[in-house]
Design a protein around this ligand. Structure first.
Ligand code: NAG
Ligand code: NAG
Ligand code: NAG
Ligand code: NAG
Ligand code: NAG
Ligand code: NAG
Ligand code: NAG
Ligand code: NAG
Length: 624
């Protein structure tokens, strides 16, 4: 009798749980529908406000207020649903698609901190930014003139100086005035970040740091290490070449053999490749007499002299790859010029604006016509396609699969468009110009902008993650330099110690910006390019008539449907599944990047041999 009762009781429990599970699945379905709708409304309000700021100017107070208010509302909303999200996650119910939607609901992030901690977080991050913005240095030549900001004043001086003492003076002054003053704030930031990670339910701070990358931090670290390893031969040859150039400029005493190069001098050299357009004014090319083609004047010669003409020309390029045609009314209905041109800094770009739950993409354009904005148009139009392709996805899936994924895809298209073969077809480039020398010059310039950044980005993230997870002590300044030297081949120009704090300024003003996704996006760009070029026969490994750097994807109609299918998934699948659709491989790898720069690699090896420059470097002894 007693056991029967127990059985009945157990049965009751069992039935009850199945029922409530069914019910809670229904509840989950309703919850997600609600979240998708509420987020769409809030996001749209925010996008609209930011769009108005772009086309009416940053002084449009109504939009400025609206934008700030809406971000606060979004935070409040995310905060309000957080307990339910936690509960649903614990219940482990719903089908895989619903579980993925749950995982894509934004975290509370810093909002999970107590009000006092949140306020402190705000203060320390603002302090670090202010130190950077407000620090003024005294002029090297006139120590009484003390109004030099890093950007643009000091930057300008450095770009035009070859006085080593002057360059070193600014390097040291800058660190003296910003490093130590920011250290305490940085330590507070680290403490608060650790708390934030814990409050958001992450086992370690680095898991929180890498949360958007779909892999745990150990897997991400392994992936990054594999990138660094594969890049090493190319990086070391390029490093040796740059060190040789620096030695010619500054002499053997400052740039000794077999040692890391001084960071400040190398930064100026490499930084020249990042100056706006007209690279031949700043860079000594492998073949100076060949130089680089002037794309801007080519565009003007072709009559591509306003943004609208450029837009339709680029739209034709996408159509030729089998992407849907953009309707004639798009420009007049959706495009507006950017209001604040900022011509001096040239921070003026084309940009697509997505909305949620409605089929609408706005477009703001920079009215200037030059090489940079020409290639930027390919990236902006790729975004138009991307946003349209996933506009039927629920809000939680109307995103890219990881941050900067869409940048990688967009840059893949602009890379293909920058191929001399395509530019020749467009008649922007004259026929006879595509020589081996021109190709090397182009790869050299691209290489300076690409290959040197990857180790720098790697160190930025590696340093912060190691500090956050307590593998590295903030007071151990020499550990920072060891990472920097090991991976970037650079050392401080003067002796440093653990009494100094040299974490780079970039890290302090954008203290929680994650760089790994930018590395992944760069690697992805070349991987996709190699794959698409190979399946269309535009790149044939070991056939010198079809090298990767000349591959032109225009008119390759099989590309469009593949890309559109991947784009239409938004973030409903992991990036690996999406990569699988496009390339039949699910892992991001360096093959494409290395294949692309192979001719440059060969040139560097030969040139380094001729110049008799040494490869590689010893560990630094400049910090103890
Ligand atoms: C939960 O399931 C029970 C049993 O089937 C049902 O009677 C009840 O109405 C359901 N509740 C909800 C809210 O659907
Ligand atoms: C967000 O929530 C706080 C605290 O509840 C409230 O004071 C504030 O007005 C809310 N902000 C908005 C924009 O709704
Ligand atoms: C998951 O459940 C939702 C809501 O019931 C449904 O719309 C969707 O089609 C389901 N997805 C899969 C893959 O079964
Ligand atoms: C800095 O001060 C000097 C003279 O004191 C002045 O000529 C110069 O224009 C100032 N520079 C800036 C950037 O304010
Ligand atoms: C390229 O052409 C543009 C427009 O004609 C011109 O302004 C620019 O100075 C040229 N650049 C070089 C390096 O000659
Ligand atoms: C931009 O989008 C908003 C919201 O859909 C719309 O009201 C507005 O008219 C659009 N602007 C342009 C220029 O298309
Ligand atoms: C990477 O993504 C972030 C956030 O999505 C964005 O702010 C940043 O500009 C992107 N970086 C690049 C190089 O596109
Ligand atoms: C970091 O180093 C400083 C100075 O050597 C020391 O006082 C502190 O205890 C260290 N912190 C940790 C967490 O090891």
């Amino acid at each position: 009798m007693k056991s029967l009762l127990i059985i009945i009781f157990l049965l009751h429990c069992l039935l009850h749980t199945t029922n409530s599970a069914e019910n809670s699945t229904e509840v989950l379905t309703k919850f997600l529908a609600n979240v998708n709708q509420n987020l769409a409304t809030l996001y749209n309000r925010e996008v609209l406000a930011n769009w108005q700021l772009e086309v009416k100017g940053p002084n449009y107070l109504y939009a400025l207020l609206q934008s700030e208010l809406t971000s606060e509302e979004i935070m409040n909303y995310v905060q309000s649903i957080a307990p339910k999200v936690t509960k649903f996650n614990r219940l482990n119910i719903g089908n895989p698609q619903q579980q993925r939607q749950l995982s894509q609901i934004p975290e509370r992030g810093y909002e999970a901190l107590s009000p006092a901690d949140l306020k402190l977080m705000y203060i320390v991050t603002k302090n670090m930014g202010d130190i950077y913005k407000n620090t003024k240095l005294c002029s090297y030549h006139d120590r009484k003139q003390c109004n030099l900001t890093l950007i643009p004043s000091v930057q300008h001086i450095l770009h035009n100086s070859n006085d080593v003492a002057e360059i070193e003076y600014y390097w040291l002054e800058w660190r003296r005035k910003t490093g130590m003053p920011a250290k305490q704030d940085f330590m507070s930031f680290v403490e608060l970040y650790r708390k934030t990670a814990q409050l958001n339910g992450f086992p370690t701070p680095s898991e929180f740091w890498y949360k958007d990358l779909e892999e745990n931090s150990a897997q991400t670290a392994t992936l990054l290490e594999s990138f660094m390893q594969r890049l090493q031969p190319l990086f070391q040859e390029f490093h040796a070449h740059v060190r040789g150039k620096l030695r010619k400029l500054y002499g053997e005493e400052l740039i000794p053999r077999g040692k890391p190069y001084p960071q400040n001098l190398a930064e100026i050299f490499i930084g020249n490749a990042f100056r706006r357009a007209d690279p031949e004014w700043y860079i000594e090319f492998p073949y100076p007499e060949v130089g680089m083609p002037n794309i801007t004047s080519g565009l003007l010669r072709r009559g591509l002299n306003n943004a609208q003409r450029v837009f339709w020309n680029v739209a034709e390029y996408f159509r030729s790859m089998g992407m849907p045609q953009i309707e004639d009314t798009f420009w007049s209905h959706n495009a507006r010029p950017k209001a604040d041109l900022d011509e001096e800094e040239l921070r003026c770009w084309h940009k697509a604006w997505k909305f949620y739950g409605i089929k609408r993409v706005n477009f703001s354009y920079c009215p200037l016509v030059d090489e940079e904005r020409f290639f930027n148009m390919y990236e902006a139009l790729a975004d138009v396609y991307y946003y349209r392709a996933y506009d039927q996805q629920p809000t939680l899936f109307a995103e890219e699969p990881f941050p900067n994924f869409s940048d990688g895809l967009g840059k893949m298209f602009s890379l293909s468009a920058s191929s001399p073969r395509y530019l020749e077809k467009l008649k922007v480039l004259e026929r006879a110009r595509v020589s081996k020398e021109l190709r090397i010059n182009r790869l050299y310039w691209q290489g300076l902008r690409t290959i040197f950044l990857i180790p720098v980005f790697y160190v930025l993230d590696r340093y912060r993650v190691d500090v956050l997870d307590e593998r590295l002590n903030i007071s151990d300044n020499c550990a920072y330099w060891q990472l920097t030297t090991d991976f970037t081949g650079a050392e401080p120009p003067v002796s440093r110690s653990n009494e100094d704090f040299d974490a780079p300024a970039k890290l302090l003003i954008e203290v929680d910006d994650q760089y790994t996704s930018q590395i992944m996006s760069t690697v992805l760009q070349y991987q996709l390019y190699q794959h698409f070029c190979e399946i269309t026969g535009q790149y044939k490994p070991n056939d010198e008539n079809y090298p990767l750097d000349l591959c032109d994807l225009s008119n390759q109609r099989q590309i469009g449907p593949l890309v559109m299918e991947a784009m239409s998934l938004g973030s409903s699948k992991s990036y690996k599944d999406i990569l699988q659709i496009m390339t039949k491989e699910s892992a991001i790898n360096m093959d494409g990047l290395l294949a692309y720069f192979q001719p440059l690699y060969e040139w560097l090896v030969e040139q380094n041999r001729l110049d008799d420059v040494e490869i590689g470097w010893e560990p630094t002894r400049k910090c103890s």
